[in-house]
Design a protein around this ligand. Structure first.
Ligand SMILES: *Cc1c(COP(=O)(O)O)cnc(C)c1O
Length: 518
């Protein structure tokens, strides 16, 4: 549809108002117009009354040659229409608040509302990050306590809270690795990554100026220790590991791996994006890791997806502490003066984010940690693992289980046999699941599993929800083998506002802009 076609309509068009010809066959219901299409000259969402306070001349605020000469081409809509627009859009979404979202490796769990309530407190939300230290003692205490709690959970000595996401944490960790090797007077070039790793790992290695060396997984789905030993030499800066790995399996040889890497002077990096499985049970520090990043937006209850916000703190062992980004919130010694302040470590790699990171995500995370306490956190891990194993066991009668042994917080199934028998692929299964009121699992990842379906139920889903999810997946497989089953699956989803999209075209012919003047 071309923008601006309906600007003469009196009634704001939309699904309820009707009367709008949809020219986009992709959409099951009428397309929601953009705000620019809803725009009517002169409409406003609000107006301020004049107060009698003398106005500052515009020239005193912004010099004339810095001001635009024509109004910005913004949408003009009433508050009523604005709210209706976003409410209609919200009805087309799937979210963690709406139902189970078993998107493996993403930890899309329900986030307790108390975390949002705390993050919305004016005393936290309305504070400028550059405010004088004496006026933000509470915020500093929060940051110090969060750092201490994350170090307790990971078994590390200190942490930076600055990185804005997991991938930013990975880059921070690799820069710390580099700084540490340089401080030992050496340059190393290689970082080892298992073939099951998350895609951000090799990308971060490249961004950090290193070369990736891939080690294969063995037939149990873990790092092949012999293959690892074969690539270890004194040019290896370190290894990046996810444990449990992306197959949802715990690396049982982790102590041997740690010893072998340390022996050549390398460091161990822990990709702790998904900490659900090990919270309060085991700690990366105790396994021999030197650097850990955590995704607070996955494990510690910040709603995520759609691009943010996130936080990817990096915790390190004592020998790496002097290199951490700064400034960090710290307790100040001495009885006089403020109790907390900012400090930058001696040999800091510098800033990794403006100000102090995504601070309100940090506030949510500390709330989550305090509300649960250590027993509650351990229960989170136990339930996450129990739920994933329940699903794996139940669905092993219907789908292939390539690595059939107890998993951690997620399980990886495969649609290989289903595809052979019916032509229905993992992607089709995922699309059909949307029709049953569940989000799709992760598909075709990890790359080493054919027709992968990766399910992470998380600890927040009840037995009844798991039953319903498993039944839906069983019905999809059963239907695939019946008359017309293949076509029903290939055309799915049929009942969602947006039907099957051409994902290759969406990635190659990206149209990220909207020209309001057309
Ligand atoms: C999500 C994830 C990442 C990347 O985290 P972002 O916050 O999306 O940058 C890295 N590693 C693993 C294992 C993940 O699941």
């Amino acid at each position: 549809m071309s923008p601006g076609t309906d600007t003469t309509a009196d009634v704001i068009p939309g699904p309820a108002a009707g009367g709008r010809a949809s020219s986009a066959p992709l959409l099951g219901r009428d397309a929601e117009p953009t705000l620019f299409e809803l725009s009517q000259p002169g409409r406003r969402s609000w107006q301020l009354r004049t107060t009698g306070v003398p106005e500052v001349p515009l020239d005193d605020l912004v010099p004339a040659d810095h001001r635009r000469t024509t109004p910005a081409p913004l949408a003009e809509v009433s508050e009523r229409d604005l709210v209706a627009h976003f409410t209609r859009l919200s009805h087309r979404q799937f979210s963690v608040d709406l139902g189970a979202y078993p998107l493996g490796s993403c930890t899309m769990k329900y986030n307790p509302k108390i975390c949002d309530a705390v993050a919305g407190l004016p005393g936290l939300a309305d504070v400028h990050p550059g405010a004088p230290v004496s006026t933000i003692q509470g915020w500093l205490e929060l940051l110090v306590e969060l750092e201490e709690a994350l170090c307790e959970v990971t078994g590390m000595a200190a942490a930076t809270l600055q990185p804005a996401a997991g991938a930013a944490g990975e880059l921070t960790g690799l820069l710390l690795m580099r700084a540490w090797h340089e401080a030992q007077g050496r340059q190393r070039t290689k970082v080892i990554i298992p073939d099951s790793a998350h895609g951000t790992n090799p990308a971060s290695v490249t961004l950090g100026g290193y070369t990736t060396v891939t080690v294969p997984s063995d037939d149990r789905g873990c790092v092949d220790l012999a293959a690892l030993r074969a690539v270890l030499d004194d040019d290896v800066a370190g290894i990046m590991l996810t444990n449990p790995n992306t197959l949802g399996l715990f690396e049982e040889d982790i102590e041997a791996i740690a010893a072998a890497v340390h022996e050549v002077g390398g460091l161990l990096y822990y990709d702790g994006a998904n900490l659900n499985a090990i919270l309060g049970v085991v700690r990366p520090g105790d396994m021999g890791f030197d650097i850990v990043h955590l995704n607070l937006h996955k494990t510690f209850a910040t709603p995520h997806g759609g691009g943010g916000p996130g936080a990817g703190p990096v915790a390190v062992s004592a020998r790496l502490t002097p290199f951490l980004p700064g400034p960090r919130a710290v307790r100040l010694p001495g009885p006089d003066g403020p109790a907390y302040g900012w400090a930058t470590p001696d040999r800091s790699i510098g800033r990794i984010h403006s100000w102090h990171g995504n601070a309100l995500v940090l506030a949510r995370a500390l709330t989550y940690l305090l509300v649960h306490g250590s027993d509650g956190l351990r229960q989170v891990a136990q339930l996450a693992v129990l739920n994933a194993n329940w699903l794996r066991h139940r669905l092993s009668a219907t789908y292939d289980v390539p690595y059939d042994r107890p998993c951690m917080h997620e399980c990886v199934l495969s649609a290989t046999s289903l595809k052979k028998a019916t032509g229905v692929r993992a992607l089709d299964v995922a699309k059909r699941l949307l029709e049953s009121g569940f989000h799709a699992p992760t598909v075709y990842f990890p790359l080493i599993v054919d027709e992968a379906l990766m399910l992470e139920p998380t600890e927040t889903e009840s037995l009844q929800t798991l039953e319903a999810l498993a039944s839906a997946l069983e019905e999809i497989a059963a239907d695939a083998g019946t008359e017309g089953g293949h076509d029903r699956a290939a055309g799915a989803p049929h009942a969602t506002p947006v039907r099957r999209v051409d994902e290759a075209r969406a990635a190659r012919q990206l149209v990220p802009t909207f020209d309001a003047r057309r």
